[in-house]
Design a protein around this ligand. Structure first.
Ligand code: GMT
Length: 378
C-alpha cells in the first residue's frame, strides 16, 4: 500500500508511535510518505520506502497565527495525488483529522478518492479536545474519519463518553520493536558504569516533562529511595517542569545523584541500563515509555490511570499506585530494589508481556488489516 502519515514530529508519544509505525510498515514493503512540519525525530531520512514531505507554512504580516492546518491540508492533497496514495493515516486528532478531511474533499471535487484514518492518542481526547474551543471541531473530525483507532480500550470508552460518539473505534494498542528494545548485556556492561557504580541501583524516568507527567513526584520518590538504597536516577527528556525538578532535587540534597540527560534519540540504549522505571503520571492513555522499558526488562512503578492497567499487571509486571502516592511508590521501589529475586522475576515478566502482547510483529498486522478494511469499504 501507499500510505501517507501525519503526526507531530517532535518529542511526544503520538509522534513516536506514528514514526515507528511508518518504519515498520516500510520494512514490510509498503511505501510510506510522512507529511509533517519537520522530519520526525526518530527518522534518519535514509530509510528505504520512506519519503518525507515538509509542510511549509507561508508567513504574512497579517497572520497573527499562520494557518498551519490549511497548509497541511494542501500538502496532503498534493502528495496524495502526486504519489497515488491509497490512504492517509493521521495521528492525534487536532488538527490533523480536520486537515485530512479538507484534503479528502479537495480531491473528491476532482473526482479522486482519499480515505483517512485517525488514531487517537490521549490528550487530543482527555485534555485539549475537551476545551470548548476545540470540542465541536474535534468531534466533527473524528466522526468524518473513514476509520478511527484508539491506543487503548480506556481511550476508546473515554472518547465515546466525552464526545458522544457511537460509531466504530478500533482499539489497536501501542507497540514496541522487541529486537530494538532489548537488554544487550555487552552494551549494558559497557555503558552502565557511566551512570552508576556496581553497588548502586539505577532508576529511570522518560517523558516530555509536562505537568501531566508529574516529574517532581519522580524526584520525591527517588529522594526516599536514595535514603535506603545506594542509587542514581536517570532523567531522560526535557520540558516545562525540568527546573521544578532540579530545584526539588537540590532541596532534597540528591542533585548529585541525578543525571539530567535532556532529550535523547536512542532511548533503547539507555533504558536497559536501569533496574526500575518511575512513571507517576496524572494521566496516561497507554504509557508508551513504560512499554519501551518493559521490553528492555525494566518494570515500572506507575499510577493506576487511563489505560496503564491494560499494560501493567499490578504485582506481576510492575506496581500501580494512586496519583501522588509518593510514599507508596517509594516503599514499593525500595522493597523491589532490596529483593533481587522479586525484581528479577518482575523484569522477566515485563519483557515477556512486551513480547507476547505488544511486539511490533503482533500489532503491525492489525494496522494492515484495518487499512485494508477501510479501503475496501470506502
Ligand atoms: O504525553 C505525551 O507523552 C504525548 C502524548 C501525545 O498525545 O502525543 O502521548 C499520548 O500518546 C502516547 C502514544 O500513544 C501514549 O502512550 C501516552 O499515554 C499518551 N499520553 C497521555 O495520555 C498523557
Amino acid at each position: 500500500m501507499k500510505i501517507g502519515i501525519t503526526c507531530y514530529p517532535t518529542y511526544g508519544g503520538s509522534g513516536v508511535v506514528a514514526t515507528e509505525l511508518g518504519i515498520e510498515l516500510a520494512a514490510r514493503g509498503h511505501e510510506i510518505h510522512f507529511i509533517t512540519s519537520s522530519q520526525p525525530f526518530r527518522l534518519t531520512g535514509r530509510e528505504a520506502n520512506i519519503f518525507f514531505h515538509e509542510v511549509a507554512v507561508y508567513q504574512y504580516p497579517l497572520f497573527e497565527h499562520p494557518p498551519y492546518d490549511l497548509a497541511l491540508a494542501t500538502r496532503m492533497a498534493e502528495v496524495a495525488e502526486f504519489y497515488s496514495l491509497d490512504l492517509l493515516h493521521v495521528h492525534y486528532a487536532i488538527p490533523h483529522s480536520v486537515s485530512a478531511l479538507l484534503a479528502r474533499q479537495m480531491l473528491a471535487a476532482r473526482g479522486k478518492h482519499l480515505p483517512f484514518i485517525t488514531t487517537l492518542h490521549g490528550t487530543d481526547i482527555t485534555l485539549v479536545g475537551l476545551d470548548r474551543s476545540y470540542l465541536p471541531i474535534t468531534r466533527f473530525g473524528i466522526m468524518e474519519s473513514d476509520g478511527v483507532t484508539a491506543i487503548s480500550s480506556y481511550l476508546r470508552d473515554r472518547t465515546r463518553e466525552a464526545f458522544d460518539i457511537h460509531s466504530e473505534i478500533e482499539v489497536i494498542h501501542n507497540f514496541v520493536n522487541c529486537d530494538v528494545y532489548v537488554r544487550n548485556p555487552d552494551l549494558v556492561a559497557e555503558m552502565r558504569p557511566r551512570y552508576a557504580a556496581s553497588n548502586e541501583k539505577l532508576i529511570v524516568h522518560l517523558s516530555n516533562f509536562r505537568p501531566v507527567k508529574r516529574v517532581t513526584d519522580v524526584v520525591e520518590v527517588f529522594a526516599r529511595i536514595a535514603k535506603e538504597v545506594p542509587s542514581r536516577l536517570l532523567l531522560i527528556g526535557d520540558g516545562p517542569d525540568r527546573s521544578a525538578a532540579e530545584y526539588l532535587a537540590m532541596r532534597h540534597g540528591v542533585q548529585d545523584r541525578i543525571h539530567f540527560l535532556g532529550k535523547q534519540d536512542n532511548v533503547n540504549e539507555l533504558l536497559p541500563l536501569a533496574d526500575l522505571m518511575i512513571m507517576p503520571s496524572e494521566m496516561e492513555s497507554f504509557g508508551l515509555a513504560a512499554l519501551e522499558a518493559m521490553a528492555c526488562g525494566v518494570p515500572a512503578i506507575a499510577t493506576r490511570v487511563g489505560g496503564v492497567a491494560e499494560l501493567i499487571d499490578d504485582g506481576v509486571t510492575g506496581r500501580l499506585f494512586e496519583v501522588g502516592d509518593v510514599e507508596g511508590m517509594a516503599a514499593a521501589a525500595i522493597g523491589l530494589l532490596k529483593d533481587r529475586i522479586d525484581l528479577s522475576t518482575m523484569a522477566h515478566a515485563a519483557r515477556r508481556t512486551a513480547q507476547d502482547r505488544f511486539c511490533a510483529t503482533r500489532i503491525i498486522p492489525l494496522y494492515e488489516e484495518y487499512y485494508q478494511r477501510v479501503i475496501d469499504r470506502t
